[in-house]
Design a protein around this ligand. Structure first.
Ligand code: FVH
Length: 289
């Protein structure tokens, strides 16, 4: 069925993210029905024109796609299992963060109940929803994605990766893993700078410029890894071992624990001990898979 701006949408889950999504749908003119386990969270949305449903069964009667944005995989089942019969022939767009295996399990569960299932990974925090810079990665049902593309684009830039429902989640968590290492590095550096009286805010300015410059290395690492040849190093594992040894000494001198750098140092140490010291640093990936 072709989507129109009159296509109704249901949002199940009104945590910080669900509220942001529903508010954006309303602003985009979509007739929006909302439900939340704990009552009261729909007040602002209902004031803005949403229909507040008192049960999941009532919420899904509104028609149109059902956007699910709950805490985790278990809460999705707790919410949808009792209404599985009502969902037969309907379209579910699950934006709850679920691991790839969990997304695939939900897709199989949905298929078993005649539900068309699209999984999504939100690459944004709630205030970014509906703003430039927000993106949502999708995989699973191409039909659901294509039919509701305009509505999905209201929420965030939308990208579809394929019919494997676990793909979007794999991208999502791979990017989050990247992000957490970057944040961890910042905490580590800020702790070191505190030991010499430099504020975290001042360090943040410098770290932002440095991390942005270093991020330019990623395409080169990508090419080396894809080529699988680590014999022409940009910088060798032995070089990085010396750097990490020095970082460890500097960290201890600053009275800071090495918790955040220890894993990468251990990984490099192992590769050097295994005789790969002359090879490219990107070879560390081979220790991970
Ligand atoms: N907020 C963020 O920055 C991130 C950005 C990236 C994607 N995540 C994921 O989005 C999902 C929802 O996140 P959220 O920020 O809305 O989370 P909360 O504010 O904690 O709200 C959680 C909602 O889930 C409901 N809920 C929890 N357990 C159950 C259950 N067993 N049955 C039904 N509903 C449940 C909860 O309801 P209540 O506590 O108000 O009754 C909230 O509506 C999440 O996967 C993030 O990882 C957000």
């Amino acid at each position: 069925m072709a989507e129109t701006t009159n296509t109704p949408v249901t949002v199940l889950g009104l945590g910080a993210m669900g509220q942001a999504l529903a508010a954006t749908l309303l602003k985009g003119g979509r007739p929006t029905t909302v439900w939340n386990r704990t009552s009261g969270k729909d007040f602002d949305l209902v004031t803005a024109g949403a229909v507040g449903a008192t049960s999941v069964a009532d919420a899904v009667q509104a028609g149109g796609p059902i956007i699910v944005v709950l805490f985790d995989h278990a809460s999705v089942h707790e919410t949808l299992d009792p209404v599985a019969g009502d969902l037969s022939g309907r379209q579910v767009i699950n934006l709850t963060s679920t691991a790839p295996g969990e997304a695939r399990e939900l897709a199989a569960w949905a298929a078993g109940h005649g539900i068309d299932y699209l999984d999504g990974g939100i690459m944004a925090v709630p205030p970014m929803i509906g703003q430039p810079g927000a993106s949502i990665l999708y995989s699973g049902s191409r039909t659901v994605y294509d039919e509701h593309r305009e509505t999905l684009e209201l929420l965030a830039a939308a990208e579809y990766f394929g019919d494997d429902a676990g793909l979007a989640s794999t991208y999502d968590f791979a990017l989050l893993a990247n992000m957490y290492s970057m944040f961890a590095g910042f905490m580590h550096g800020a702790a070191m700078m505190r030991s010499v009286g430099v504020s975290a805010s001042a360090f943040a300015e410098r770290a932002t410029a440095w991390v942005s410059a270093m991020a330019q290395m990623l395409p080169a690492y990508g090419q080396i890894i894809d080529g699988g040849d680590y014999t022409q190093p940009i910088q060798s594992l032995a070089f990085h071992k010396a750097a990490l040894d020095a970082i460890n000494r500097a960290t201890r001198d600053a009275g800071v624990t090495v918790d955040f750098v220890a894993p990468i140092k251990n990984l490099i140490d192992r590769q050097v001990a295994d005789g790969h010291g002359a090879q490219e640093f990107a070879r560390t990936i081979e220790e991970l898979v």
